[in-house]
Design a protein around this ligand. Structure first.
Ligand code: ADE
Length: 250
């Protein structure tokens, strides 16, 4: 998968890209990340990318010309791939959205800065707007990095374990079960016997039940939408969860 990132802060990306699982993915050419400095596409002496808002008010607005020039110089006009704007006004990122976007071979990600971007960028260049949550950051760089990370780990081969992304919290519509590693006892706190039993069917059942319990407790809204098996429903009934009436959104 190829990422084209457009930003006025290109230096914030390499430290993370060079030191994480993503570094290995880049080295193995499973993903390509091209960082484009929007400032490099300005034509004025001071490389200005922002200006005051029409109509007055505080804050600065990202100018259209450098952004259009940058994106069209790299991708052509019209761009052959989605142009995603990271913005708190966008659709909130979740694993379902990540799965959908992971089907693209190439995506462009535009990082907003300042108080806002000129609306013409949104109307005539951007094809999708994505938020990472209902809070406002100083810019779209951290959100872009999060999107890049979420999508990269869905690219086959990026995770060591081929099924890794499928077991995740959220991938199955449930929160993931608890994990333990050695030692079997630490400060008197022990690892559940079933995990040390070597009995795979029992282990899988225990994990599934733990996922259900955790989701019921922490994210009942997810449980309502999750794909549940007949066995799951029996388990939930036994522990007294009433899927229709008791489980309410928090
Ligand atoms: N830019 C600022 N805040 C953001 C958010 N929550 N999501 C995406 N981009 C943003």
């Amino acid at each position: 998968m190829q990422f084209e990132i457009f930003t006025i802060l290109p230096d914030v990306f390499p430290p993370y890209l060079d030191s994480s699982i993503l570094a290995r993915a880049i080295a193995r050419q499973l993903i390509t990340v091209n960082i484009h400095d929007i400032r490099g596409y300005t034509t004025d002496k001071h490389h200005v990318c922002d200006d005051t808002p029409y109509g007055g008010g505080g804050g600065m607005v990202m100018k259209p010309e450098p952004v259009f020039t940058a994106v069209e110089s790299v991708l052509g006009n019209p761009p052959p791939c989605p142009v995603i704007l990271m913005t708190p006004q966008g659709k909130v990122l979740d694993q379902t959205l990540a799965f959908r976007l992971s089907r693209y071979e190439r995506v462009a990600i535009l990082c907003g800065r300042y108080e806002g971007i000129d609306e013409r960028i949104r109307e005539h260049l951007v094809t999708e707007e994505i938020s990472i949550g209902d809070y406002v950051l100083t810019g779209g760089e951290l959100p872009a990095m999060i999107l890049l990370d979420v999508l990269s780990r869905l690219v086959p081969g990026v995770l060591g374990d081929p099924d890794g992304a499928m077991d995740d919290s959220h991938a199955s519509g449930l929160i993931e079960y608890p994990h333990y590693t050695k030692p079997p006892e630490y400060r008197g706190w022990t690892v559940p016997d079933v995990l040390q039993s070597g009995h795979h069917a029992e282990i899988n059942r225990w994990r599934r039940q733990q996922s259900l319990l955790r989701t019921l407790k922490r994210r009942p809204d997810m449980l309502k939408k999750a794909k549940l098996t007949h066995e799951d429903r029996i388990f939930l009934k036994i522990i007294g969860a009433d899927l229709e009436n008791e489980i309410t959104d928090e």
